[in-house]
Ligand binder design. Structure first.
Ligand SMILES: [Zn+2]
Length: 261
């Protein structure tokens, strides 16, 4: 089958990765991805705007896309102003609580200096030598979420993939920036689903929602009507869950450290 190349004016430079463009008075940081075919717009957690673009994208096409998306964007920014995110800060002393899969666990400082983070009898135990330095403690806790989230998802993936009739992707749990998950197709091989480590603070049904959401992207990229009807087959109440995720997600701990005097 012949591939259709987009006609491009050779005199006009294409959008470049990292470039900042201004359209209708707003600044957009450009992220170019060679896998992308379509343009996408996201509002990051810090409120900055990111335009995701395929390689060789004509700036004029991007400007038209952004002008057409202005109503959606204005509404999204207005809602953000009405409900600003309130991500909490955490310290690392006895009794501080951390959530995992919807349950709250108290932190317990152990006398063992360098003891790694582990869950013991309903407590999250951490060595006092690690807890003493907030930056080290933060890294240890995020590492704990990453390892446990990864293991948990691995056990969860097969039934969801079977239900959605897709091939199981590789999974990586990390900081995914302003989103809870992403899916990247592999060239002929398995694709990769990335999930945000902070997601694993949420109840199981919401983590499941994000997993199913990303798996549905294996079959349909983008968020058109056909995408939502596919996801609705797997999770009939997906709109409700999306609302719940938007709501609870803005109050999750994202690794911010509370300064203690
Ligand atoms: Zn999506």
């Amino acid at each position: 089958m012949p591939t259709t190349a987009e006609p491009r004016d050779p005199c006009r430079p294409a959008l470049e990765d990292g470039q900042v463009i201004v359209v209708a008075g707003r600044e957009f940081r450009v992220v170019v991805s060679e896998r992308r075919r379509s343009l996408g717009l996201t509002v990051e957690r810090d409120g900055s705007l990111v335009l995701r673009a395929p390689q060789g994208c004509d700036p004029e096409r991007a400007a038209t896309f952004l002008r057409e998306g202005e109503t959606w964007l204005a509404e999204k920014l207005r809602r953000r102003e009405d409900h600003p995110p309130a991500h909490p800060e955490r310290g690392f002393r006895d009794g501080e609580t951390f959530a995992y899969l919807g349950r709250a666990y108290r932190l317990q400082i152990s006398d063992e200096e360098r003891a790694a983070v582990r869950l013991v009898a309903g407590r999250l135990v951490i060595g006092k030598g690690i807890a003493r330095d907030p930056v080290v403690a933060r890294r240890a806790l995020i590492g704990w979420y990453r390892r446990n989230g990864q293991r948990w998802t691995q056990g969860r993936l097969q039934p969801w993939a079977a239900r959605m009739e897709v091939r199981e992707p590789d999974v990586v749990v990390r900081d995914v920036g302003g989103r809870w998950g992403t899916y990247r197709p592999g060239d002929g091989a398995r694709g990769t689903m990335a999930l945000h480590w902070a997601l694993f603070q949420l109840p199981v049904h919401l983590v499941d929602y994000v997993i199913a959401h990303e798996l549905a992207h294996i079959r349909i990229p983008g968020h058109g009507a056909d995408y939502w009807s596919l996801l609705r087959q797997a999770i009939p109440e997906c709109e409700e869950r999306k609302g719940e995720l938007d709501d609870l997600g803005r109050r999750l701990w994202l690794g911010d450290i509370r300064e203690e005097s």
